[in-house]
Design a protein around this ligand. Structure first.
Ligand code: 6PG
Length: 266
């Protein structure tokens, strides 16, 4: 378990946040391309795709360091709902509408890894989770001896109850040690059937970023960062497992009243 503290960043507005998220993601991209000539990231649903698109589709200065090289990106879903890819609840559709469909051709096209639509109507989402795990294994060239996929970057949201991905407070999935991808059949946030990366996969990522904005987040942010009771919340468990690899991008409204030290840049 990591001991170093996560980084808590706070900005006056979502626009200011997106301006800082861009260089952060592009620094992660540069490090990943130098390491293995590919950038493997996982993204959540919720408000994250919109903020990410605002960050990445903004005009850059044209330098290689400030340019997303999307043709080198492999985009996975940190969690996904068991619905068809064109369903309004699909995280894939959200990402497509907000970001993928708007990427200018000259920036290249990412390789996107959606869930297998054939299994979205299964009673139990386990097969959907297993197939997604197989996709991850292929993409990370995992041999039996490779215990975990090391994402270059995982981008997360945090729900008002402290959930992240589809890892909800008090659910057994928080104790999953072996699976990379797990099935959730009773999500308190609709729709109930989902798949999610597990905590060991999330905390093994090389970089982990949360985006949390708005006054609706301030109570849970206080619980996560300032209280003992909040330590068992899924988002707090990511802080504990990821330590200094974790970076929270928030706006001032979301951290109003939070005592944990925060900064205005990385
Ligand atoms: O598919 C999902 O439901 C999400 O991945 C979920 O984990 C989301 O990130 C949080 O609920 C925060 O959502 P907001 O950013 O909209 O608050």
């Amino acid at each position: 378990m990591a001991t170093a503290q996560p980084n808590l960043l706070s900005f006056p507005s979502t626009d200011a946040l997106a301006e800082q998220l861009r260089p952060y993601v592009l620094r992660c991209q540069a490090a990943a391309l130098a390491r293995h000539d590919t950038f493997r990231i996982a993204v959540s649903g919720g408000s994250l795709p919109t903020v990410l698109a605002r960050a990445l589709l903004a005009p850059g200065n044209g330098s290689p360091d400030d340019t997303p090289q999307f043709d080198k990106w492999h985009i996975f879903f940190a969690d996904e709902r068991a619905v068809p890819l064109d369903h309004k609840d699909s995280n894939y559709l959200l990402l497509k509408d907000e970001l993928l469909s708007k990427i200018p051709a000259e920036l290249g096209a990412p390789t996107v890894h959606p869930i297998d639509e054939k299994h979205v109507h299964d009673d139990d989402p386990q097969e959907l989770a297993d197939l997604y795990q197989e996709d991850l294994m292929r993409s990370f060239a995992a041999k039996d001896s490779v215990k975990l996929p090391f994402f270059d970057l995982i981008l997360l949201g945090c729900g008002p109850d402290g959930h992240t991905c589809s890892l909800f407070p008090g659910h057994d999935l928080l104790r999953e040690k072996d699976a990379w991808v797990a099935a959730e059949s009773h999500s308190p946030k609709p729709p109930p059937k989902r798949i999610t990366l597990t905590l060991p996969v999330v905390t093994s990522a090389i970089n982990i970023a949360f985006v949390a904005t708005g006054a609706g987040k301030k109570d849970i942010m206080k619980a996560i960062f300032d209280t003992e009771e909040g330590r068992s919340l899924p988002s707090a468990l990511v802080n504990q497992g990821g330590g200094e690899k974790v970076c929270w991008f928030t706006d001032h409204a979301a951290v109003d009243g939070v005592s944990f030290p925060r900064r205005g840049n990385l």
